[in-house]
Structure formats: C-alpha cells, structure tokens
Design a protein around this ligand. Structure first.
Ligand code: 5RP
Length: 262
C-alpha cells in the first residue's frame, strides 16, 4: 500500500476492494474506466496473480484494457464474451435510485454497452458523488464529428422543452484539439445543473441525429459501494433494499502495487 495515500484515494480503494468480493471464479466481468475503477482492476489483478482467481475481463476503454493486461487480468472483446455476469465501474454522480451520470472520463459509450450487457452492475464511489438530483455534474454526450456544431445547436434547442435548469454545452477539449473517444467521436458536456426527469431526458437526447449516446444510466445500476477515507464502506443494493456496512483493512504490507509498472 503506498504510504501517504490521500483520504479520497483511500475511499476509492476501499470501495473497489469491497466491490471485488462480488467477483466469483469463472465470471465474465466488465471493467469500468476512471480512477476508482482503476483500483478495482488492480484488486482483481492481485486476486488473479496471488489467489488463483480465474476470470475473463471486458474493458470499457483502451486505458482500462492496458491496465488490465499490466496487472494480469485476461481481456477479451465484448463480442467474444457476449454476455457478462457483472460490471464494476465508477460514476460521476448517483442518486437515491442509483441512477447515474457517467462519462467524466470520456468512456460512457463503451461503459453503457458493457453495463447493459451484464447481469449486474456494481458502482464504486465516494460520498462526493452522491446527489439528491442528478445534473450538477455536466452531462457528457457522445456525438459524431460530422456536423457536431449542428448537433450541439439541436441539443440546446431540444433542452428548452425539458425539465432541466441550464442548456449550454461545451465541446470537450484535449489541450488545443477536441477530445476524441475510443470510438472516434467527440464529447459535448451539457451544463444542465438540475435534471428533473432523467429517463425522459435520456430517451429524448438519444433521438437526436448525430448524438450517439448520453451519460445517463437509468435503471442499469444494481448496487453502489460507497467508500470513505477511514476505511469504512457502505453497500446499497437497490433490488433487495439492503444496506451493509463494512470496515476494509488496509494492510501496510499489501502488495497490490508491488509489481505494477506505473
Ligand atoms: C468514465 C467514467 C468514470 O467512471 C467516472 O468519470 C468516474 O471517474 P473517477 O472514478 O475517476 O472519479 O464515467 O467515463
């Protein structure tokens, strides 16, 4: 375990460590993207290398695939796996119904495809991601580059009739150039501030030509595991209505990072 780990990193780590207890031998597992999901991939790599866990992973981005290979988690394509037992991923926001905003890391399209093709989705987060109403985090939508400014204008016009507080949007940039997703598309971040009806918004947005997918995950997530900087975790299961509390021990001798080239 790295010394001087920040409380937020510790929160992400313990959430990831609790979430991998959902993974069983022989499972096909969707591997999310982002800093929290990266902890989960490292935990799984540790279990594969040191505990004999046998799983097949499906990555939701090229960077997750690279990390998974580095830590020893076998990777196949979604088409090879066809259907998954479980996906574990991070989130940018979650509400009380476990509806999510995702895509802060730019991988929402593959993340949504993979999560939807899974029997169960477990989201790992810290309390800063919890909201009463979705929308403070800008909603990412993936658009094809062709005519993106027209698509942007159409999105903003469409938002006039929907239950949101803001409707401006910005093209996500990577230094001086547009950010390009793994699928070769652009991302628009919608400053909605408050999303009154996530299901309706998701359905309407996906009707707009040129918009490939939006970052709202409605009725996809089953479980949220919330990590805290003191090592405690809360696990909420929306299907059976249970809430569990655990304390995750963080060992100084933890070899999770020992053979990982950063
Ligand atoms: C990537 C995502 C991430 O899961 C989300 O942005 C959370 O990332 P992090 O764990 O780094 O806060 O949706 O597209």
């Amino acid at each position: 375990m790295p010394k001087n780990m920040s409380p937020i990193d510790k929160a992400k780590y313990v959430a990831a460590k609790r979430a991998v207890s959902y993974v069983e031998d022989g499972m096909k597992v969707g591997l999310g993207t982002g800093s929290t999901a990266a902890w989960m991939v490292r935990c799984l790599g540790d279990m594969v290398r040191n505990e004999g866990l046998s799983i097949t992973g499906v990555a939701t981005s090229t960077r997750t695939a690279t990390l998974a290979r580095e830590v020893g988690v076998p990777i196949v394509t979604l088409d090879e796996a066809k259907w998954l037992d479980l996906t574990i991923d991070g989130t940018d926001e979650y509400d009380a119904n476990l509806n999510l905003i995702k895509g802060g890391g730019g991988a929402l399209l593959q993340e949504k495809i993979v999560a939807t093709a899974s029997d169960q989705m477990v989201v790992i987060a810290d309390l800063t991601k919890q909201v009463d109403t979705l929308g403070a985090f800008p909603l990412p939508v993936e658009v094809i580059p062709f005519g993106w400014q027209t698509t942007k204008a159409l999105i903003e016009e469409t938002l006039v009739n929907l239950d949101v507080l803001g409707r401006s949007s910005a093209l996500r940039m990577n230094n001086d150039a547009p950010y390009i997703t793994d699928e070769g598309n652009y991302i628009l971040d919608l400053q909605l501030r408050r999303i009154g009806n996530a299901r309706q918004l998701s359905l309407v947005l996906n009707q707009i030509p040129g918009l490939v997918e939006n970052g709202l995950f409605v009725d996809i997530c089953d479980v949220v595991v919330i990590g805290n900087g003191d090592g405690t975790v809360e696990t909420r299961d929306i299907n059976n209505g249970t809430v569990e509390h655990d304390q995750i021990e963080v060992e100084e001798t933890d070899n999770l990072f020992a053979d990982i080239a950063d």
